[in-house]
Structures are given as structure tokens and as C-alpha cells.
Write a protein that binds this ligand. Structure first.
Ligand code: GTP
Ligand code: MG
Length: 353
């Protein structure tokens, strides 16, 4: 998981450290040269100076030497020192599925942090790692944090959740996984078979529902998706069910008819949580889709699926940076239990370890 980006970030840390050490060695060599300048021949006057004054002078000189050795173990990186390394990092990030604007923002913030202060030689490693870590955490900060379980716990019931995204990203599977997660935490669930478009979609959802022991509200294929979801909400309200989870048909964000249908679903049912489900393997496409769905219907949160496969990880950084919406859950496999709450520290540890 995330091997590509991890390797590249580690290479950035190594190169920056190397560059800093090189600069320090040059700095020390220069200082040594200055120190080795021959001292002035003792003048007659000095010879005549009382020993007390000579001792005082010696003390001053030794203090200067002390300050010099203190200085020579510290350094401050400059923009020039970092130019080449940051350029390489930008290319590496883009190759790890980080969108160009997000990569630029990372570089800008990283450069500011790395050049902001003098650092002690023995603290270089942690300084560079912390600068990178803080930068990545900043990039992953949404405008509003959402803790999934907490939100469900604290919202008026029934909580209405809509899963949306393009075809095959994992909406239906993720909805089933999220249902299991919520049921394990004591909530009751009902499914709305809102994908009335794709052949076999209703049956696929019914199979998950059967496995999990969840009721499905369905109409027939081709029916109005907004109406199916409406019925499910009515049912949940009358039966005191905590959460309505509505599946929807996968649609390209460029498909105007289906996007209009999604707008209607939202208008009729006012979902509490519109979750964009993106496939982490599709990299920059997932970012573009999230942006367009956000523009079209407004999303509240993101779930990234297939993080267990060969995902490069960069799309997580870009999606949050571009949409400012939080990633709430990540899909880590095909079983019902393979879903976890997204934790920024976990993710940054994973890509930096
Ligand atoms: N490895 C892995 N596979 C996943 C994950 N989530 C979903 N899948 C797989 O992705 C495929 C598509 O999943 P669906 O849930 O049918 O996707 P969908 O978005 O509902 O697809 P449409 O309804 O056709 O738009 C299935 O084979 C899932 O098992 C995940 O986190 N990891
Ligand atoms: Mg589906």
C-alpha cells in the first residue's frame, strides 16, 4: 500500500538531509579557514601589557572560539539549497497521483517551513520529517472535520445518507460495509435501492441486504430513484430506524441527464450526508470526479475505496485539498469488515514510514 509515494517522500527526506549536511560541511570549512588566519605577531606594547590584561584577552578569544563552534553546528537552508530537491519532489508527487495544484501547494508550504529557522545538526532529521509531516497534515485539513460515527450518533433520526459517484467505484459494496459498521455500533439501518438504472443493481443490493439482515425498499428497474429513496425515508420514520442508506446508479459527471436526476434526488430527499465514493486506483480521475460532483450537487464527505490495492495514495491528498471535504472512511478490501474510519495521522504515517 502506498509504496510509490512512500519511496518518493523518503527520497526527498534523504536528499534534503544530504544537502543540509553538505552545506554545513562547507560552512564549517569556511569558519575553520577564518580561524586559522595567523594571529598577529605580539607587539612590543602587548609584551609590555601586564599579565592580567593578557589573560583577559585570552579569555575573550576563547569565548569567540566557543561561539564559533556553537554556530558551526547550526544551519539554515535557503531556497537555493532546496530548488533542485523540490523540483524533483514535485515530479515525484505528480507521479504518485497528486494533482498539480496540490503538489504546488505542498512545495510552497514545505519550502516556507524548511527555510524558516536555523537548525541544530543533530535535529536535522526530525526537523525535515516534521516539516513534511505538518505540511501533509495541513493539506489534508478539510473546511469541516466529520467523524462518521459521531455524526450518526449526534444527528436527528433517521439520518439520510446518499452514496454517489461514477460507475464501479464501490458505492454499493461500501454502503453494505458502512451498514455493517453502523450495525456493529448499535444502529438500525434500511437500504434504498436507488440505482434503478443498471441491470442487476437491485439484486446486487438485495444480496448484501440478505447477508447483513437489512431491509431493502425497492421499486422496479427504471423507476424514479428519488421516489424510491423517499419511500425508504418514510418507512424509516414510521419504524424508528436510525439510518437510511441510499444507493444510486454510477454516473459520469459529464452525463447531464443523470446529474439532473441526482439533483432531483437531493431536492426531494434533502440527504444529511452526500458521500462521494471515489476509487483510489483511478488517481487524478477521482479528484476530477469529486470536484465535478461537488459542483453539481454539493458533496459533504468522501470515501476512498480500494486503498488495499496498488493505490498510490496521492488522490487522498488532492481530493481533500481540491474539494476541502473530509475523507471519512476508506475501503481496504472486499469483505464487509474492510472499512475503516480515515485518520489523518494514520495516513501520513503510512505514506511517510
Ligand atoms: N479491493 C477492493 N475492492 C473493492 C473495494 N470496494 C469495492 N471493491 C470492488 O469494486 C467492485 C465494484 O464495486 P461496486 O460496489 O459494485 O461498485 P459501484 O460503484 O456500486 O458500481 P456501479 O453500481 O456499477 O456504479 C466490486 O468488485 C467490489 O468488490 C475495496 O475497498 N477494495
Ligand atoms: Mg452499485
Amino acid at each position: 500500500m502506498f509504496q510509490s509515494i512512500r519511496k518518493r517522500l523518503n527520497s526527498f527526506i534523504g536528499s534534503t538531509e544530504e544537502q543540509a549536511e553538505k552545506k554545513l560541511a562547507e560552512q564549517q570549512a569556511e569558519e575553520k579557514l577564518t580561524e586559522e588566519q595567523p594571529e598577529q605577531e605580539p607587539t612590543e606594547q602587548a609584551e609590555k601589557e601586564p599579565t592580567e590584561q593578557q589573560a583577559e584577552k585570552k579569555l575573550k578569544v576563547s569565548k569567540v572560539t566557543q561561539v564559533r563552534s556553537a554556530l558551526s553546528s547550526r544551519l539554515r537552508l535557503s531556497e537555493k539549497d532546496l530548488d533542485g530537491i523540490l523540483w524533483q519532489l514535485q515530479l515525484d508527487l505528480i507521479q504518485s497521483d497528486v494533482a498539480v495544484e496540490t503538489a504546488e501547494k505542498i512545495l510552497e508550504e514545505l519550502k516556507e517551513k524548511l527555510t524558516s529557522q536555523e537548525v541544530e545538526k543533530n535535529k536535522l532529521d526530525s526537523f525535515i520529517k516534521n516539516s513534511l509531516r505538518e505540511t501533509l497534515i495541513d493539506i489534508l485539513a478539510p473546511e469541516k472535520e466529520i467523524k462518521f460515527l459521531e455524526l450518526i450518533r449526534n444527528s436527528p433520526k433517521p439520518v439520510k445518507i446518499l452514496f454517489l459517484g461514477v460507475n464501479g467505484t464501490g458505492k454499493t459494496t461500501t454502503m453494505a460495509k458502512a451498514a455493517k459498521y453502523l450495525m456493529d455500533n448499535g444502529f438500525s439501518i434500511i437500504f434504498a435501492a436507488g440505482d434503478t438504472f443498471r441491470a442487476g443493481a437491485i439484486e446486487q443490493l438485495e444480496k448484501h441486504a440478505h447477508n447483513l439482515g437489512v431491509k431493502v425498499i425497492k421499486h422496479s428497474k427504471g423507476a424514479d430513484s428519488a421516489a424510491v429513496i423517499y419511500d425508504a425515508i418514510e418507512h424509516a420514520t414510521s419504524k424508528n430506524i436510525d439510518v437510511v442508506m441510499a444507493d444510486t446508479a454510477g454516473r459520469m459527471h459529464t452525463n447531464i441527464n443523470l446529474m439532473d436526476e441526482m439533483k432531483k434526488v437531493c431536492r426531494v430527499n434533502s440527504p444529511d450526508l452526500k458521500i462521494f465514493v471515489g476509487d483510489a486506483l483511478t488517481g487524478n480521475d477521482a479528484v476530477e470526479q469529486a470536484r465535478e460532483f461537488n459542483k453539481g450537487v454539493g458533496i459533504d464527505a468522501v470515501i476512498l475505496t480500494k486503498m488495499d490495492s496498488d493505490a498510490k495514495g496521492g488522490s487522498a491528498l488532492s481530493i481533500v485539498h481540491e474539494t476541502k471535504k473530509p475523507i471519512i472512511l476508506v475501503g481496504m478490501g472486499q469483505s464487509y469488515g474492510d472499512l475503516k474510519e480515515f485518520d489523518v495521522n494514520w495516513f501520513v504515517d503510512e505514506i511517510m514510514s
